[in-house]
Design a protein around this ligand. Structure first.
Ligand code: F6R
Length: 257
């Protein structure tokens, strides 16, 4: 695991965008696993900028988004379809047919989950998966659970997640209670993982995920078992971790690569 410190949000976004950009330049037909939320929006802005300057070409790239709220149509401003199109897809040249996001208004959610797993398999899996981290330790919307073995599934969001995500809605009541998420299995099968974390409020959960016991009650802790993980965290996250947990494990992990 590599842990990279970024001086601020802009720097975190540029470093992450550099890694994605290198992936697409080296392997234009890559399958990118994409995340939504507040953290990755700066990455998308940076990638759009480089695309507009002619530095990146996404015409052969495929994308697979991690999750979507149940019950929100794609034209709802809070849906992840809307987020991805307005923050990224509408401004770069990824062919529409290469873009994949779970359908949160599918009549049969179980068969939608099956369809999504099948399409990830048919694409040959994910080459580079971008991840944020929720304050429950979720990645995608894989909430604390009793096992790590879920494939794409419908999940009941934790109260803490609903509260955190209510920042995007007018009130917490409007946040959907369920979402479709790619499972831990597809995330762990991705060839490379890139996790971004911004802001000291992520310090505790990042610490527990990267340095604590591996347990499904902290879904992101499974990342410790992936062979190719890069974490880019803003300095305030890492400073906070060092302040609260000045133990040797942290230093050892930092030096591991
Ligand atoms: C959303 C996703 C989630 C978010 C997490 C953090 O697609 O994958 O795991 O990354 O909820 O969200 P922010 O970045 O808003 O703190």
């Amino acid at each position: 695991m590599k842990i990279i410190s970024a001086s601020d949000y802009g720097s975190m976004s540029r470093k992450a965008a550099n890694i994605i950009s290198a992936q697409v330049i080296l392997f234009p037909d890559s399958v990118l696993g994409l995340a939504t939320g507040a953290t990755p929006s700066g990455i998308y802005r940076q990638l759009i900028d480089w695309y507009q300057k002619g530095d990146i070409d996404f015409s052969k790239t495929h994308t697979v988004n991690l999750d979507e709220y149940c019950g929100l149509p794609s034209d709802n401003r809070q849906s992840y379809h809307y987020y991805m199109h307005s923050n990224f897809f509408d401004q770069v040249n990824i062919p529409e047919e290469n873009i994949n996001i779970p359908n949160g208004i599918a009549g049969d959610i179980d068969s939608e989950c099956g369809r999504y797993d099948k399409l990830i398999a048919e694409l040959g899996g994910i080459d580079l998966q971008i991840l944020g981290i929720g304050n429950t330790g979720h990645i995608g919307f894989n909430e604390p659970d009793e096992s790590f073995d879920k494939t794409t599934h419908c999940v009941k969001l934790k109260e803490k997640t609903i509260e955190a995500n209510s920042k995007f809605f007018e009130s917490p009541d409007q946040v959907p209670k369920y979402a479709i998420t790619v499972g831990i299995k597809a995330i762990m099968q991705a060839k490379k993982l890139l996790l971004v974390a911004n802001g000291s409020e992520k310090a505790e959960i990042l610490y527990r995920s990267l340095f604590g016991p591996i347990t499904p009650s902290i879904p992101a802790s499974i990342l410790q078992l992936h062979p190719d993980v890069t974490v880019i965290a803003t300095e305030d996250v890492l400073v906070q971790i060092r302040k609260n947990k000045p133990d040797a494990i942290f230093e050892r992990v930092l030096r591991r690569d």
